[in-house]
Unconditional design. Structure first.
Length: 500
């Protein structure tokens, strides 16, 4: 059960090694983000109001997800470093701490779900609040599954299970989404059949099934709209968590990584919390700021501007799958080499990953700049407006800049350098992006969706410069060496239990 990182056919820090570690996580992230995109497309076919409201509410769900996934990234860092130091028995213990933290997050989520309306603009709260509440209540299953246990498989290099489970979850979500969003009634009425017709999909085969359900008294189910989309996503996340947990507890992993031993380890918590909590706070402040900007646009901008921003945000969020998966792969690779006290491959990997990012920028430009009508017609049957094209252009610049910034930050985090990334991200985002947007768009009512994306791009560019200077400094290398020392010298403190 050796990880791909131990195989000599990959040049340390080269393109081949980055790809073999990252592609399963890229595929898993694509499936996950594709699920969100499909939900929004289906909702846009149901009603434009549901599409806009759910997208606005989803920004706060995304803020909570990013925050806790940032904590899980720190778990993955320690897993990778323990794996690199061949301290295997600690890996299962670290993973269980992350699972416990994921479900402990209900302390925050339940009050937020009960008061979901206070987070949303009054123009979208009626539809958006129930959607947000349901999504938040299912969130810990996603965090414990793809976040905690997914980090386990990524950190040890066994990544193929992750995209398979996420893909299955995706299929369940799409099927449930169509039924729960549109509902069903008389087979000849609008509902699931009407939804399939609106997508141009074959629907006649479903008519006998619905007639049979109606004959036994189960033939009518009301359309749930945005609430149906939230329930479909939540149920699929629960299924994914159960499958992940079953695989996590298989005998080979119990034997080598002690995944069957569930103990609350205070020494691991003391090491994870000082790094994970600031990273989580950093993410929720940045993503929360973006969510507030979304509410500002919903409150003060025109309907055309709001629709353009919502479409651009949907595509931005989908294309982020590549950066998400590649960033996790880079974090794992760098953490493993740091755990082995090998620093040159880390620098080589940083140079190699730039090539992937330029390819990413070119591919996204085709869809967002050269063929914007492909994107627009996913959400509407109308004519492509000039406003949408400009907003997509601004979103593409912001996406490209943020991709470079996101990968660089994952490299810094792999060395345990959380304090710098927190200070850099919070100060830059709120001073360079949020405050100007609040002043010009909300106070002065000048600009709009395009201006928001421009300030987001400026913020990312400034952070690229600061993070690059940090990465090439001696201070970061010293920090990485000190962090790696824990993975080699940490005491076990495990009960004497044999694998079951």
């Amino acid at each position: 059960m050796d990880s791909p990182l131990s195989e000599s056919r990959y040049r340390p820090g080269g393109l081949g090694e980055i790809w073999v570690i990252s592609w399963p996580m890229i595929l898993a992230a694509m499936s996950n983000y594709f699920m969100t995109l499909v939900d929004r497309i289906i909702l846009s076919k149901y009603s434009a109001e549901a599409f806009i409201a759910a997208s606005g509410a989803h920004s706060f769900y995304w803020a909570n997800t990013r925050a806790m996934m940032a904590f899980m990234i720190m778990t993955g860092v320690f897993i990778g470093q323990f794996n690199g130091a061949r301290n295997f028995r600690r890996i299962g213990q670290v993973t269980w701490q992350a699972i416990l933290v994921a479900f402990a997050y209900y302390i925050v989520l339940i009050p937020c779900a009960l008061n979901a309306k206070i987070f949303l603009a009054d123009t979208i709260e009626d539809i958006g609040a129930p959607y947000l509440a349901i999504m938040l209540l299912f969130l810990p299953f996603n965090l414990a599954g793809i976040g905690a246990i997914g980090s386990f498989f990524l950190g040890i290099g066994h990544t193929r299970i992750v995209p398979i489970v996420v893909l299955l979850s995706n299929v369940i979500n799409i099927i449930l989404g169509v039924f729960l969003i549109f509902g069903w009634g008389n087979p000849l009425e609008m509902g699931v059949l009407g939804a399939l017709q609106s997508f141009g999909l074959p629907w006649r085969w479903l008519e006998p099934i619905l007639r049979g359900l109606e004959a036994i008294g189960l033939g009518r189910f009301p359309a749930m709209g945005a609430r149906g989309a939230a329930y479909a996503a939540g149920i699929s996340q629960v299924v994914a968590f159960v499958i992940f947990l079953f695989h996590f507890l298989r005998k080979p992993y119990r034997h080598r990584y002690h995944t069957h031993i569930l103990v609350l380890s205070f020494d691991v918590m003391k090491k994870c919390l000082p790094l994970g909590v600031p990273n989580a706070v950093n993410s929720i402040l940045n993503s929360g700021g973006f969510a507030i900007v979304h509410q500002i646009i919903a409150k003060v901008c025109s309907a055309e501007d709001l629709f353009a921003f919502t479409v651009a945000n949907s595509i931005y969020l989908f294309f982020w799958f590549f950066v998400d998966g590649l960033g996790k792969g880079m974090c794992t690779i760098c953490a493993n080499y740091i755990g082995k006290n090998q620093m040159q491959p880390v620098f080589d990997a940083a140079r190699s990953v730039v090539k992937f990012l330029f390819i990413f920028a070119g591919v996204t430009a085709v869809f967002m700049l050269l063929r914007p009508q492909w994107i627009f017609h996913l959400f509407s049957d109308g004519e492509v407006s000039e406003r949408l094209c400009w907003v997509l252009f601004g979103a593409w610049i912001a996406l490209t800049a943020e991709a470079f910034r996101g990968i660089l930050q994952n490299i810094l985090i792999s060395g345990g350098d959380v304090r710098f990334t927190v200070l850099s991200n919070i100060s830059c985002f709120w001073l360079i992006a949020f405050l100007p947007i609040f002043l010009f768009v909300y106070i002065l009512r000048w600009g709009g969706a395009l201006m928001c994306w421009q300030f987001f791009a400026l913020d990312s560019c400034v952070r690229i410069i600061s993070d690059s200077l940090r990465f090439t400094s001696e201070a970061w290398w010293r920090k990485a060496v000190r962090t790696a020392q824990f993975s080699r010298d940490a005491p076990m403190n495990l009960p004497d239990q044999s694998p079951r």
